[in-house]
Design a protein around this ligand. Structure first.
Ligand code: 3PG
Length: 415
């Protein structure tokens, strides 16, 4: 047992049926029914392999995409193919989550065999909208369809989905109330590394916050600054634009419209409070880049043309952020500095990743876009630790106990 949670070492799994919740969520190419990246699948392989090698009947559960954005909402069939290749042994797939077909497939598994169920979010109670609307208690999670149908078929529940540990959904937080439960090897590693760095970060400790998913980021900023964990927070992407807007700086009508359209206007007030409390520690862009007449243009804050949309940080900001990262001893990064997928607006993200690669600091990168940027700039070997979690990393850093951690700890308690 580590961190009050049981591990795989606490159980003899030979001949046992193990329900293993992984996070295999990846960007999908629906045209070709393939995955555009396999980072999280690769990270999940050691635990799956260990169970199969130990002679367990392995039932893998995973989600693909979110119900809120239908872009990557898809079956997990391509994941079974990737797993089969990575493991070098067959991973069966069943087009069902917890209905009669899935139950039959689980019952017919032999020792050492692996079965991947279809996208668990095809079951409505597993969707994020459902989670947010109904806010089920842990005991209610255990009373959901998916848990009631699958738990009786299993001997053990294992959660290896650190990247989804901030979600209070039945396949993540329900089984712990009815089955012996443990965390998997990936979960254990992520928890260990991140909590270790957080406990005593070498200073200066810098947080780089960018990207477009910013709700949790603002909460995390408040937390790491109030607890004295972060010495500096560097803001870019949407977070940077919102910090600037909160300071009453003009960032262009297009940038303001995007903040409104993406339902993030409420964070301007939060940013005002953060500026008032920790203004000296939060770095905001001194200049921004935008695209006009097919070319990259830059403008200093205070001289930003009225209609533009800021899509990257400018040269002055790049220099300041690179300097801060190079002088740091610990750096956490969540989110790119701008639209790095486009040539004209990638300079800020590219420069930050260059600084991450050559700083002597311990660097931690998390989240889908950040992992994509790491690969795009070929910095995988230069980043100290790449976390599979984005939202979960941020929630972890904000000091909140993650719902999955709470459920796994409950399962480990003497009853
Ligand atoms: C992620 O992509 O961050 C995890 O897989 C969790 O996905 P979610 O944000 O859709 O719950």
């Amino acid at each position: 047992m580590i961190f009050g949670i049981k591990t795989i070492d606490d159980f003899d799994v030979k001949g046992k049926t193990v329900l293993l919740r992984c996070d295999l969520n990846q960007p999908v190419d629906k045209e070709t029914d393939t995955l555009k990246d396999t980072t999280r699948i690769q990270a999940s392989v050691p635990t799956i392999r260990e169970f199969a090698d130990k002679g367990a009947k392995v039932v893998v559960m995973a989600h693909q995409g979110s119900d809120i954005e239908y872009k990557n909402f898809w079956t997990t069939r391509p994941h079974a193919k990737v797993l089969t290749e990575l493991l070098g042994r067959e991973v069966k797939f069943i087009e069902d989550v917890c209905g009669p077909e899935a139950q039959k497939a689980i019952r017919s598994l032999k020792d050492g065999e692996i079965l991947l169920l279809d996208n668990v979010r095809f079951v409505s109670e597993e969707q994020t909208l459902f989670e947010k609307k109904l806010k089920l208690t842990p005991q209610e999670q255990a009373d959901t369809l998916v848990v009631r149908k699958l738990a009786p078929l299993a001997d053990l529940y294992v959660c290896d989905a650190f990247a989804a540990a901030h979600r209070a959904q039945p396949t993540l937080c329900g089984f712990e109330y009815v089955l012996p439960s443990a965390m998997g090897r990936l979960f254990e590693k992520e928890y260990d590394v991140i909590s270790g760095i957080m406990a005593e970060p070498e200073r200066p400790c810098v947080f780089v916050l960018g990207g477009a998913k910013i709700g949790d980021a603002f909460q995390m900023m408040d937390s790491v600054l109030s607890r004295g964990i972060a010495n500096h927070v560097l803001t870019g992407g949407l977070a940077g634009n919102i910090m600037l807007a909160a300071q009453g700086k003009a960032i262009g009508a297009g940038s303001m419209a995007f903040i409104e359209k993406s339902n993030n206007a409420e964070y301007i007030e939060t940013a005002k409070e953060l500026n008032a409390k920790y203004g000296d520690k939060i770095m905001v862009p001194a200049d921004v880049a935008y695209v006009a007449e097919g070319a990259r243009k830059e403008a200093k804050i205070g001289e930003v043309p009225e209609e533009i949309t800021a899509l990257d940080i400018g040269k002055e900001t790049i220099a300041a952020y690179q300097k801060t990262i190079r002088e740091a001893k610990t750096v956490f990064v969540n989110g790119p500095m701008g639209v790095f997928e486009e040539d004209l607006t990638e300079a800020g993200t590219k420069a930050v990743w260059e600084a991450l690669a050559d700083t002597p600091a311990f660097t931690v990168v998390g989240g889908g876009d950040s992992i994509t940027a790491t690969k795009k700039y070929k910095k995988q070997d230069d980043i100290s630790y790449i976390c599979t979690g984005g939202g979960s990393l941020i929630r972890f850093l904000s000091g909140e106990e993650l719902p999955v951690v709470a459920a796994l700890r409950y399962a480990a308690e003497e009853k």
